[in-house]
Unconditional design. Sequence first.
Length: 448
Amino acid sequence: MFCRCELEYFGEPNTRTCPVCLAHPGALPVANRKAVEWTIKLGLALGCEIADEAVFSRKNYFYPDNPKGYQISQYDKPLCIGGSLLVPGQEGDREIGFVRAHLEEDAAKTVHVGGATGRKIGSAHSPVDFNRGGTPLVEIVTQPDIRSSDEARRFLQLLRETIVELGISDAEMEKGTLRVDANVSVRERGEPGYRKRWELKNVNSFAFVARGIDAAVREQVRVYESGGEVVQETYDFEPETNTLTPHRTKEEADDYRYFPEPDLVPVQSENATIERLRAEVPELPGARIVKLRDELGFATAQTLVMGGLDRLWAATRDAGAEQVAAANVIANQLVGVGVDPARVDAAELAKLVVARDEIPRKTFDEAIAHAGDEGFSADPYLAQKAVAEASELEPIVDRVLAANAAQIEQYRSGKTGLLGFFVGQVMKETNGAADARVVNELLRQKLS
Ligand SMILES: [Zn+2]
C-alpha cells in the first residue's frame, strides 16, 4: 500500500519485503494511487459518498505482525462513507447499508505452528511471514441490517461478485483476499436497539460464516433463557465441532491512540477522477438479478448472475434461442460439464438450443461439452438429425415389443410406468438417434 513490493500469494515467506514495509528507520510511505482509485471505484459501486479529503492515521498497537508498532489506516476521515447494497431474495429485496469503507495496509501473517487447530491457542511457536504486511486492504463495515445467517451468506456472495466484476480483487476466502468478521446479537422480536454482540473472527468460508452465526444465535438465546447476560466477546468458529471458542486478542483494551500519519498528505479526490471511475462501474449483479427475476424466476436469475453467466444468456437469447430453454441449458448443462462461459460463441450455442429436440440427445450433450472449444461450430452436430420418421422407427418399435411380451402384459394390466422401459429399449437399438417424442407416440399407439 505504501511501498513497491510485489504482491504474490503463497510466495516463499519473507521474499517480498522492503525497508518501508519492514519499518526500517527513516523509510517513508508513499500511498499507492491505484489502491486509492480502486477503493473509490468500490465506494461508487456501493453507493458511498466519496470524501473530499480522506486522512491516513496511525493506529498504534504492539504485535509481532506489525513491525512499525502502528498500522496506517483511516480513522475519522475514511475514503468512502455510507452507501448500501441491494440484496434480492426469493421473498423480496433487502437493502444492506454501509457505515464506511476505508483503506489501510494489511498486517503480516502470523502462522501458528504445533497446535491442532492452527490457532494461537495450543501452538508451539508462531513465525511471521511479512509478504502480506503492507499490502492494500479495504475494510467495509455494514450497518446492523442483516437479519439471518442466510441473508448474511447471500449478502457476502453478492458483495464478492460485485468486487470481482469491478476487477479490483479476486476476493477468494481460501486465499485470504477476502476476509469476514461477523458481529452477532439477538433481541426480542420488536425490541428497539441492539444488545451486546459477539464478534466471530477467522472464519474461512461463506458457509462457515453462516454456521458460525447460527451457533452464536443459538448460544446467546441459551444464555438469555437461562437468566444470564451476554457480554461482548470475540470468538473463533470451529467448523469441525460447530462450536465457538474465545479468541485471545491483544492484551490491552482497544486504545489505539489514533493520530494523523505525519508522513502522508491527505487524499483529495478530484471530481474528474471520480467521474472517470464512475463511468467504469458496470451494472451491478444485484440489479441484474432483479431485472432477470421477472422473466426467469429468482432461482434461475440468481444462478445465471452469480455464476457470471447472464451475459452469455442474453447473447444466446438475442441470437434467437428461447429464453427459458437458453437459461436451462447454460445454468445446468454447460456449467455441469465445466465449460468456461467466456469461451462460448453465443450464436453457435443458440443454434444448438433451438435444435435441441431435433438432434439425438447424445449428440446434443457432446456438442455442449465442446461449446467452449476454439472455433466451435454447431453445424456438424445439427447435421445429425434425430430419426423422426415414423416409417423408419416403426419396425424397430415392433421388434422391441415382440421381444418383451411379458412387459407388454404388465403394461396393459396397469404398470404404465413401463413406457419408459420401452422407450429406453428403442433408444438403445438406435444408438440414441431416435426422436424421443416420436418413439413415445408410436409406443402409446401400439400398446393401447
Ligand atoms: Zn515493501
